[in-house]
Design a protein around this ligand. Structure first.
Ligand code: SF4
Ligand code: SF4
Length: 95
């Protein structure tokens, strides 16, 4: 049930990084991801997982991120994806 989903991490993330709301799921970030060529890392999928309360799965993906910032350079909405990835780990570890 939707009511049972814990969205605490996503809500905190969105409050800290309101630019997440402007993501149009174009997939450019995923297409250019350095790690994505070798793993199933995908910024877009990480955000989708967090929106569904799947924090543990999302964090496992984020662990393979090299923080290279390429996704941020290509984002069609200018979203600071690198900063968001850092925030995800920080919020998760603070809980
Ligand atoms: S910062 Fe992470 S998610 Fe973004 S392109 Fe680099 S490895 Fe991929
Ligand atoms: S490139 Fe930007 S707008 Fe497109 S899916 Fe990635 S974060 Fe969202």
């Amino acid at each position: 049930m939707m009511d049972d989903i814990d969205l605490e991490l996503f809500n905190k993330l969105e409050a800290l990084n309101p630019d997440i709301k402007t993501c149009m799921a174009c997939g450019l970030c995923t297409a250019t991801c350095t790690t994505g060529k070798f793993t199933d890392m995908s910024f877009r999928k990480v955000i989708l997982m967090l929106q569904r309360g799947k924090d543990k799965e999302a964090i496992e993906k984020v662990k393979s991120c090299m923080m290279c910032g390429k996704c941020m350079m290509v984002c069609s909405r200018g979203i600071n994806t690198r900063n968001i990835l850092l925030s995800i780990t920080r919020i998760y570890n603070e809980r």
